[in-house]
Write a protein that binds this ligand. Structure first.
Ligand code: DAH
Length: 333
């Protein structure tokens, strides 16, 4: 049988059997491509002498070639549609799936509390300052009139930093009060400033202690500031922080850097509770920073941010504020 007739007979089945476009390309090359029997037959036309015979052989070849070409084109359309449908299915998005909701961060309760306390004093006209956490024993103790022999200076209470050859003791500040002296050294009165920040003590963690916590220090120095100003300011603060009907009382206390000194207690959640330490700035502190105690007076106060958060929200264990447990923290978003 003539190879072209064989081709015409077998090729349609091979075209139909191609299941991918790549397979169809192979079939196309083998049937009507440059090395196919069709191409070979065309090349043989030149050797046919009789023009009539050559024309009819040419028509025969072209007839087979064009019907195979049509079959291949038709198959290609089918395969392309199939591959496109498969690609669409593979890339399909299920738009009915609920989305993943990303966890949303929030400001920690202790930071919120500090921000709020600072805001209250800012609204009373105070400015905000911050100071170093690694502090010298001069600013942490001496400038605050804390005697060389005071037990708080001991390593059992205070975390000292070992800088080898350093002449002066460097420590992690045990309170924010050192900023009283630093601020007054840099600024002339009147001074109305609050200082939020981290403080450090040689303590284990329990329900009321932690080696790191936060304080907010306050200092007001001006001509003729009185204990009445202290009481009025801190009572106003308590009303803003704990509610407009909050009662406060001042109980005598002792701090080396204030004289007289007091603790302010507030009545909240059905009981009296200590909120902060305060007092009139000790003239000895003014002398350390070059202020004239005959010209100016002042008051100072210091409070723990964790403690304030606990009082406000009725939290009884400090560890609730330290554990990074999102379920607890989320409640105070
Ligand atoms: N520095 C004190 C402490 O850490 C708190 C304090 C008490 C600060 C009285 C003051 C103050 O400014 O006047 O316990």
């Amino acid at each position: 049988m003539d190879p072209l007739d064989t081709l015409a007979e077998t090729a349609p089945a091979r075209i139909a059997a191609a299941t991918t476009i790549a397979e169809l390309d192979d079939v196309e090359a083998a049937t009507i491509g440059r090395t196919s029997p069709i191409a070979e037959a065309r090349r043989g036309l030149g050797s046919i002498e009789d023009p009539e015979e050559r024309r009819s052989a040419g028509q025969h070849i072209n007839g087979i070639a064009s019907s195979l070409g049509d079959a291949i084109a038709a198959r290609r359309t089918v395969l392309e549609a199939g591959e496109q449908a498969a690609a669409l299915t593979a890339d399909a998005l299920d738009v009915t799936l609920p989305g993943r909701i990303p966890a949303r961060g929030s400001i920690h309760l202790v930071q919120q509390t500090m921000d709020e306390i600072v805001d209250i004093f800012v609204s009373l006209g105070y400015t905000v300052a911050s100071g170093p956490e690694a502090e010298s024993s001069f600013y942490n103790f001496t400038a605050l009139n804390i005697p060389e022999t005071h037990p708080t200076r001991l390593e059992s209470d205070t975390l000292y930093l070992d800088y080898g050859e350093e002449q002066e003791d460097v420590l992690l500040r045990t309170h924010t009060s050192p900023m009283q002296a630093r601020y007054m050294e840099e600024h002339q009165p009147p001074v109305y400033v609050v200082v939020p920040g981290k403080v450090f003590r040689s303590d284990q963690v329990d329900a009321t202690h932690a080696p790191v916590f936060h304080q907010i220090e306050g200092l007001a120095v001006d001509r003729s500031i009185t204990f009445g100003d202290l009481k009025g300011t801190l009572a106003q603060f308590a009303r803003e922080f704990l509610g407009p009907d909050t009662q406060v009382k001042f109980i005598p206390h002792y701090f080396p850097f204030t004289e007289p000194s007091a603790e302010m207690h507030a009545y909240t959640h059905g009981r009296w509770i200590e909120l902060l330490g305060c007092g009139m700035v000790n003239p000895a502190v003014f002398e350390h920073v070059g202020y004239d105690p005959d010209e100016v007076t002042g008051f100072a106060f210091g409070m723990g941010a964790e403690r304030m958060a606990m009082v406000r929200h009725g939290i009884t264990d400090l560890r609730a504020l330290i554990d990074p447990d999102v379920r607890i923290l989320e409640q105070y978003r």
